[in-house]
Design a protein around this ligand. Structure first.
Ligand code: SIN
Length: 481
C-alpha cells in the first residue's frame, strides 16, 4: 500500500453534479476528486433525462414549487430544507448558465420549460431535449478541467479513516493498488443504490458505496426505506440498467396503455411517481403488458426526445407509431446520510451531497426533477463549507487492509422481490435474514440489511414505501388525480 504525503487535503468521492459543483465551489482550495473511470463515465447524473426543476416561469413561484415538493414528499419532508433548496433554484439556474450549461430555449430565446408529474406549473429546464444531466456534466467537467486546484484521480474509495477528532483520511484503490490520502474533510457524492436491484434506471455500479463508507465511519443514515421506483423504464429483455422513458414524455401527453388498448390510469398519468409506479406494478402483476403510448407526439417525438428516440430505435420500436413497453425500476433513493444545510454529517469532517445525502428535501417520495437541483445546490454549499473550515493538523493513518469489496450480485433478486414497489413484513424478514448472513463479508449486504430493517420498522405505507400488509395511504388513482 502506498501512502500520500502528510499534507491534508479535501477529498471528494464521486464526479457527478454534486461532486463537481463542490470541487468548483471549494476552489482555489486544493481538492482531490476520486472518480472511478473518466469523469462523467459512471455518474448517474449523466443519465438524467427530464431535467432540473426551478420556479422561473412567469406564472410560477417558489411557494408553488415548495408546495408541490411537500405534497409529493407525503408529509415527511423537512420544510426548512425544502424552502432553502427550492428557494435557491432560480439563482442556481443563473449559476449554471454562467458555468456554460446550455439549457434548451424557445424560439423567443426564453428558457423552455417542460411539465412533469405532480408539478403545478411547467418548470422543468431541459437540455438537448432529453439529455439534461449529460449537458450539465459536460459544462461542469469542462470547468473542473480548467481549475488548477482540482486534482482528479481515477480511483475508488474503500474506507474512510476516523479518529477522536473525526475524519483523518481515505483508503482508495487505483488499478488494484491501495493507497491512502490524509484528509480532514471528505465529501461523499457517490450517487444512489439502484444497482442493488434487478431492474434499475441507474448505472449498475451505483450500489450505495457512499452509504457503506458512511456506515463504516459511524455516520447517521436516515429514511433508508424510501426508494423511488420510476414507472416507465424501458422493459428490455435481461433487466439490469434499463433506459428511462422520461416522465417528460407523459408531460407531453403520452399515456399508459395495456395490450387491450385500455388507458388504465383513468387520466392520472401524471399523478405522483409513487402512485403511478404502484398502478403500473399492479397492472403488470395482474398479467397485463404495460406500454407508454406516445403516438400523440407523432414525428415530433424524435425532435423533442432525441435520446429516447434513439434508445427506442435500438430496441426496434418507433414511438411515433408504436407503444413503448415499460416497467417500474428502482430509480432514486430518498434516504441517505443525514446532513445539515451545508452537507455536514454527524461525523466531524464527513460531508455528503447529492443522492447519497438525506437533506430532508424529498421526504417519502421525491418530486420529479428536484434531484439535479438538489445536487447542484447542496454540492456547492458543501464545497464552500469544506473550504471554509480550518484545517486540522495531519494525523497518522492506521495501516489497514481495505474492507472487503462490495458485491451486489447476491442481493439483487432479494432486493427486487422484497424491497420493491410493494413490501410486507414476512418478505422483509426473509430478506433481512439472508442479508445478515452475508453482511460480515460483503458491505453491500450490510447496507441492504440496514435498508430492510428500516423498511420493517416503518409498518405503515407512506410515499414510495408501500406495505401490502398495511393500508396504503395514497394508492387510489381517484384520490391522487
Ligand atoms: C424523468 O425524466 O422521468 C426522471 C426525472 C427525475 O427522476 O427527476
Amino acid at each position: 500500500m502506498s501512502a500520500d504525503s502528510g499534507r491534508q487535503t479535501i477529498v471528494i468521492i464521486g464526479g457527478g453534479v454534486a461532486g463537481l459543483m463542490a470541487a468548483l465551489a471549494a476552489a482555489p482550495h486544493p481538492v482531490t476528486l476520486l472518480n472511478a473511470g473518466p469523469l462523467g463515465a459512471q455518474a448517474a447524473s449523466a443519465w438524467a433525462q427530464g431535467g432540473m426543476a426551478a420556479a422561473i416561469g412567469e406564472e410560477d413561484s417558489t411557494a408553488l414549487h415548495v408546495a408541490d415538493t411537500l405534497a409529493a414528499g407525503a408529509g415527511l419532508c423537512d420544510r426548512a430544507a425544502v424552502e432553502r433548496i427550492i428557494g435557491a433554484g432560480p439563482a442556481m439556474v443563473e449559476t449554471l448558465l454562467r458555468l456554460g450549461v446550455r439549457f434548451d430555449r424557445k424560439a423567443s430565446g426564453a428558457l423552455a420549460l417542460g411539465l412533469e408529474a405532480a408539478h403545478a406549473r411547467p418548470r422543468i429546464l431541459h437540455a438537448n431535449g432529453d439529455a439534461t444531466g449529460a449537458e450539465i456534466l459536460r459544462a461542469l467537467i469542462e470547468r473542473v478541467r480548467a481549475t488548477p486546484s482540482v486534482t482528479v484521480l481515477d480511483a475508488t474509495a474503500r474506507q474512510i479513516f476516523t479518529d477522536d477528532a473525526g475524519v483523518c483520511g481515505v483508503l482508495a484503490m487505483r488499478g488494484g493498488e491501495a493507497f491512502t490520502l490524509a484528509a480532514d474533510r471528505v465529501l461523499l457524492a457517490t450517487g444512489g443504490i439502484g444497482g442493488l436491484f434487478r431492474y434499475s434506471t441507474n448505472p449498475q455500479g451505483a450500489i450505495g458505496q457512499g452509504l457503506m463508507l458512511a456506515m463504516q465511519a459511524g455516520a447517521v443514515l436516515r429514511d433508508l426505506e424510501f426508494i423511488q421506483f420510476h414507472p416507465t423504464a424501458l422493459d428490455a429483455p435481461g433487466g439490469g440498467a434499463l433506459p428511462l422513458i422520461s416522465e417528460a414524455v407523459r408531460g407531453e401527453g403520452a399515456r399508459l396503455i395495456d395490450e387491450t388498448g385500455a388507458y388504465f390510469m383513468q387520466g392520472a398519468d401524471l399523478a405522483p411517481r409513487d402512485v403511478v409506479a404502484r398502478a403500473v406494478f399492479a397492472h403488470a402483476q395482474a398479467g397485463h403488458h404495460v406500454c407508454l403510448d406516445a403516438r400523440n407526439l407523432g414525428p415530433r417525438f424524435a425532435t423533442r426526445f432525441p435520446r429516447i428516440a434513439a434508445i427506442c430505435a435500438e430496441a426496434g420500436i418507433d414511438p411515433a407509431t408504436q407503444p413503448i413497453p415499460v416497467r417500474p425500476a428502482a430509480h432514486y433513493h430518498m434516504g441517505g446520510v443525514a446532513v445539515d444545510a451545508e452537507g455536514r454529517s454527524n461525523v466531524a469532517g464527513l460531508f455528503a451531497a447529492g443522492e447519497v445525502a438525506r437533506t430532508g428535501l424529498h421526504g417519502a417520495n421525491r418530486l420529479a426533477s428536484n434531484s439535479l437541483l438538489e445536487a447542484a445546490i447542496c454540492g456547492e454549499a458543501a464545497g464552500r463549507a469544506m473550504a471554509g473550515q480550518v484545517a486540522k493538523p495531519a494525523r497518522a493513518l492506521p495501516a489497514r487492509a481495505p474492507a472487503p469489496a462490495p458485491d451486489a450480485a447476491p442481493l439483487r433478486a432479494l432486493m427486487s422481490v422484497h424491497l420493491g414497489v410493494l413490501r410486507d413484513a414476512a418478505g422483509l424478514r426473509d430478506a433481512a435474514e439472508a442479508f445478515a448472513a452475508l453482511a460480515p463479508a460483503n458491505p453491500a449486504a450490510a447496507l441492504a440489511l440496514r435498508i430492510a430493517q428500516a423498511a420493517l420498522a416503518r409498518e405503515t405505507s407512506v410515499g414510495a414505501h408501500a406495505r401490502a400488509d398495511s393500508a396504503p395511504l395514497r394508492n387510489s388513482l381517484h384520490k391522487a388525480a
